[in-house]
Design a protein around this ligand. Structure first.
Ligand SMILES: [Zn+2]
Length: 346
């Protein structure tokens, strides 16, 4: 019952071009940090397979899948100014979705928890539009397949990336079997994720957005998790808990304005480990963003520390960062809690 670390050497073959923050070196930084951590004895290294187009079709339209494929066959192109398809990207993106899927099958069948270290990331990918560095929505593919293959009826996705996972939200907006909860920086890319977006129809209440002011750090996030995320998980009682694990809310990340540290990420992961344990939920994390190479590696290790219960050898802490006054986050938390009470007994 060790922890599964799902990754593949081919993830570096998705080429985004010079100067792009979502670069192959992200994978190398994470493997180097894991190697230096001394945590390997707790980790089972697993190599995934690419998913077929029919698995992608659970959340993406066929015409969009074909578009990405054709762009790759033609040698590459752009889906938007930030989102690149290179010659091998179709295969690598199917392999990224395969990584998320393998993380789920490993926790359903064998391991206590899993982390899929994949690229390209996925949570901005919409049913028929890739954007924000994302081609296919890895975590959504995994959630849809978990429902199909294992008959799960209560899956939760907690997305702590600094950006709102607009693609994931859209895919499950009318769906009560997948509870999507996102913490993200307010008024930030891609502009969605307001408190008023809370699902529709059958899915009303099963999308919960927690936009936070820039400058929120370890204490603020802890408050959000303890006061909103965990109580709602208690009410929902997930069978599978997925984390859209982005690390661009780190204090030194170039693409975000939050001030989380690696200790903060470890704490959030520990809270979710405890919550999953309480509900006998399987737990799997899927990598999203995170663009400061050294901190990305260390923050993934911090998450793995929480999963394994171990301590990394390179356990030094980050520089302390001054975070937003606690009261400011507390006021936001009260407002969101009160809105969430329309749907949840928290
Ligand atoms: Zn992000």
């Amino acid at each position: 019952m060790s922890i599964a670390l799902v990754t593949h050497p081919d993830y570096v073959k998705h080429q985004t071009g010079p100067g792009h923050p979502e670069r192959p070196e992200r994978m190398r930084a994470i493997s180097a940090a894991v190697e230096a951590s001394g945590l390997q004895e707790h980790l089972a290294q697993i190599t995934p397979e690419p998913v077929d187009a029919d698995v992608l079709e659970r959340v993406h339209h066929r015409s969009y899948i074909d578009r990405v494929k054709n762009l790759a066959v033609e040698g590459g192109g752009h889906l938007d100014p930030d989102t690149v398809v290179s010659a091998l990207s179709f295969d690598v993106a199917r392999l990224a979705a395969g990584g998320a899927l393998r993380a789920v099958s490993s926790v359903m069948e064998e391991h206590r928890a899993a982390f899929a270290v994949v690229r390209p990331p996925g949570h901005h990918a919409r049913p028929s539009q890739g954007m924000g560095f994302c081609l296919f929505n890895n975590v959504a593919v995994a959630a849809a397949e978990a429902r199909e293959r294992y008959g799960l009826r209560r899956i939760s996705i907690v997305d702590w990336d600094v950006h709102h996972g607009n693609g994931t939200q859209e895919m499950f907006y009318r769906d009560r079997s997948v509870l999507y909860m996102s913490t993200h920086q307010e008024y930030w890319y891609p502009g969605t994720g307001s408190i008023d977006e809370h699902g529709e129809g059958e899915g009303e209440g099963f999308t919960l957005n927690i936009p936070l002011p820039a400058g929120t750090g370890d204490e603020g996030y802890r408050l959000v998790f303890e006061e909103i995320v965990l109580p709602v998980l208690d009410a929902f009682a997930p069978q599978l808990l997925l984390i859209s694990a982005g690390y661009d809310a780190h204090a030194d990340d170039p693409l975000g304005g939050m001030v989380l540290t690696r200790a903060g990420f470890r704490r959030l992961a520990e809270l979710l480990v405890t919550s999953a344990g309480r509900h006998e939920a399987r737990l799997a994390a899927v990598l999203e963003g995170g663009y400061h190479l050294a901190h990305l590696g260390r923050s993934v290790v911090a998450t793995l520390e929480a999963f394994t219960g171990g301590t990394a050898l390179n356990g030094e802490t980050d520089e302390p960062h001054s975070e937003l006054p606690y009261q400011q986050v507390a006021t936001r938390v009260r407002a969101i809690r009160s809105a969430a009470r329309n749907y949840w007994n928290i």
